[in-house]
Ligand binder design. Structure first.
Ligand code: NAD
Length: 622
């Protein structure tokens, strides 16, 4: 496929998507209901096609591919409209008085979905319907190894009367399909090996296309001595060898508590030996063909050459075609460090919980995991410490079939989640809307900036965020009260006209240190109580300065100002033994010096709505 072909595919998808996105979610899902009924009616012939094409048992195709897909379709029919509904969201009322926030979901646009070969129906149709429910158009790139299933999916979409070009199904090889990424779809969903996922992610990153990666795994299963042993053996046998181990969440590593290790290993081997192995799709296990893409023989040979023990099969030529059981595998063997996609299970023992967790986490993959124990408390404790996207307790694989449960991996197993609400939201973009009324002229953080609102905002911030314990709890309770008193005052101050006051201070000869200033709006605290001043501060006195100007924006009113040279920069006015200031002082109106501090009335002046300049001359009192 060249770029112009992929451009055409993209253009057709875009045209179909616009109309599809305009349909309400509930209606879209009702249309998908037709697809569900069509699949259900044809379930056996669909399973037959999949089983033949992928050499898997029929029952596996029916449950693992068809049933799981149908349950997901039903899930969207029931829940998608609710999940994608627009809704009001919270806000810190402190900063957003009177505002309302809403979030809504919109489709990405055109989703490019890469499907794998092992579950060619489930792992393409579930992302497909998720994308459609969210309002996207889809280019479905099925595996080049499953063209029959791809044709079947295309036919089912046509029978379900999906709009033309809404879903375009392809099964080109990787080389050709690279052009689809370069044609810039709006979203990519990739299921496949970690190596290919990395290649696709690199390509998509050039265009910053958002994506989800569902990649390979190396799942660990931890078996504790208190478990239901027969169930654990049955479960691990199924988890390791279902679909000939070609399951992303297959059990690849089983760690067994040391006290039951020998017994477990012997019984597991007995169980494996009883599997009905046949090329017939009615068997338990259909062997991989000798030219299978996912042949892990070389990895098994590598492990054996490093000292691993082959427990089953006895015939070394049958290794990896038949269910294969290895023990004593060194941790650096390729079968443990690389992705392997075939019927090979490695078994080892552990002494305690800590070692079990360490062994399970000693992998670069992190898709799923399982724990076998009678103790649910222990299971929860351990599950919380496993670095895998999911964990099943006393079960394997089945959890992926729950449409309510988010699914996905960590680390080399990929990123992002699908299934459940998270899955639907992954195929959507979130849009946030803030609605504010236009009753006020300005907001507290808008221009003009002034010291009073800045001070009130700082007090509110400290009250809300710097208090702890009882005061902290009280602050939250009192916040509504504050919001209805302080903030309106702050807003009022903000919206009142502000006048500019300039205070020109004549310094003493050779003045040094800092110039302290205090502005009072009443007699309370005048002239020296800093905490009662409306404004106060310190300005450094430059060398050889003779004058210094102080600027302030204030609402119209009556004020008095006091200033002093803080020679030693100790941020207080120093006095001698009889209370006379030792540092040069001055006040507004420059009244004649007298014994004791000046009165507010002597020093006050009126500031109107226009700017004003006053002058203060500093004098030495002692
Ligand atoms: P694969 O990586 O060979 O192919 C997956 C898809 O990607 C195919 O459609 C293929 O054509 C395409 N592709 C491959 N390389 C590409 C490239 N460079 N550029 C563009 N497209 C490319 O995987 P597979 O063998 O079909 O499937 C098995 C793999 O998928 C295993 O590794 C398995 O663990 C993984 N898998 C993961 C999940 C999961 O949900 N995490 C599920 C199933 C399978």
């Amino acid at each position: 496929m060249n770029l112009s072909t992929s451009d055409q595919i993209l253009a057709c998808a875009r045209a179909a998507q616009a109309a599809w996105a305009a349909i309400p979610v509930s209606r879209r899902c009702a249309i998908l209901g037709d697809l569900r009924r069509e699949i259900a009616l044809q379930c056996e012939s669909i399973a037959d096609t999949i089983a033949r094409e992928t050499s898997k048992p029929l029952l596996d195709a029916l449950s693992g591919d068809v049933l799981v897909t149908l349950e997901h379709l039903r899930y969207y029919e029931s829940y998608a409209a609710r999940i994608l509904r627009s809704r009001q969201i919270g806000k810190p009322s402190f900063f957003f008085r009177g505002a309302r926030f809403e979030k809504s979901f919109e489709p990405h646009g055109v989703a490019l979905i890469f499907g794998p070969s092992n579950y060619p129906f489930q792992l393409t149709v579930i992302p497909l319907i998720t994308a459609l429910a969210a309002g996207n158009a889809v280019i479905l790139k099925c595996s080049e190894r499953t063209p029959e299933t791809a044709a079947l999916i295309a036919k089912l979409c046509a029978r379900a009367n999906l709009p033309p070009n809404l879903v375009q199904v392809l099964h080109d090889g990787p080389e050709q399909s690279v052009a689809l990424i370069d044609a810039r779809p709006d979203f990519i969903f990739f299921t496949g090996s970690s190596r290919h996922g990395q290649q696709v992610a690199q390509r998509a990153a050039k265009q910053l296309i958002p994506m989800i990666l569902e990649l390979g795994g190396k799942d660990a299963s931890l078996v504790f001595a208190d478990c239901h042993l027969d169930r654990a053996i049955e479960g691990i046998c199924y988890g390791a060898f279902s679909n000939a181990g070609r399951v992303c969440i297959a059990v690849k590593r089983a760690y067994i508590e040391a006290s039951i290790y020998d017994d477990f290993l012997a019984r597991l081997k007995q169980r494996i030996m009883k599997l009905r192995v046949d090329t017939d799709t009615g068997a338990d296990f259909c062997p991989l063909s000798k030219n299978s893409q996912s042949d892990p023989r070389a990895q098994v040979e590598d492990a054996l050459s490093r000292g691993a023990t082959l427990r089953w099969p006895h015939d070394r030529a049958a290794v990896a075609y038949q269910p294969t059981l290895l023990s004593d595998v060194p941790s650096d063997a390729r079968i443990l460090t690389e992705e392997s996609f075939g019927p090979v299970l490695c078994v080892a023992s552990f002494r305690d919980e800590a070692e079990a967790i360490a062994l399970a986490n000693a992998s670069h993959f992190g898709l799923s995991s399982s724990i076998w124990t009678h103790s649910q408390a222990r299971a929860r404790r351990i599950a919380a410490q496993l670095s895998a996207g999911s964990c099943s307790v006393n079960d394997v694989i089945r959890a992926i079939a729950n449409p309510h449960a988010p699914f996905g991996g960590n680390r080399l197993s990929g990123y992002g989640r699908y299934h459940g609400p998270e899955g639907l939201l992954s195929f959507s973009r979130v849009r946030t809307i803030m609605l504010t009324s236009d009753r006020r002229t300005r907001e507290i953080n808008w221009f003009p900036f002034n010291g009073r609102t800045r001070g009130q905002l700082a007090s509110l911030i400290r009250f809300r965020h710097a208090t702890t314990g009882l005061v902290g709890r009280l602050s939250r309770i009192l916040m509504p009260l504050l919001l209805s008193t302080i903030l309106p005052m702050a807003f009022a101050a903000q919206s009142k006209p502000q006048a500019h006051l300039s205070i020109d201070v004549h310094l003493t000869p050779h003045a040094r240190g800092e110039l302290a200033y205090l502005i009072f709006a009443s007699s309370s605290g005048f002239p020296g109580e800093r905490e009662k001043a409306l404004r106060q501060g310190f300005l450094p006195i430059p060398t050889n300065a003779q004058n210094l100007r102080i600027d302030a924006d204030l609402p119209p009113g009556t004020y008095a100002v006091s200033v002093y040279e803080d020679i030693n920069s100790n941020h207080k006015l120093d006095h001698n033994l009889i209370g006379i200031p030792r540092e040069p002082v001055g006040v507004s109106n420059n009244p004649p010096a007298r014994f004791g501090p000046p009165h507010f009335d002597q020093c006050s002046f009126h500031l109107g709505e226009t700017s004003k300049i006053i002058t203060i001359t500093l004098v030495r009192a002692s």
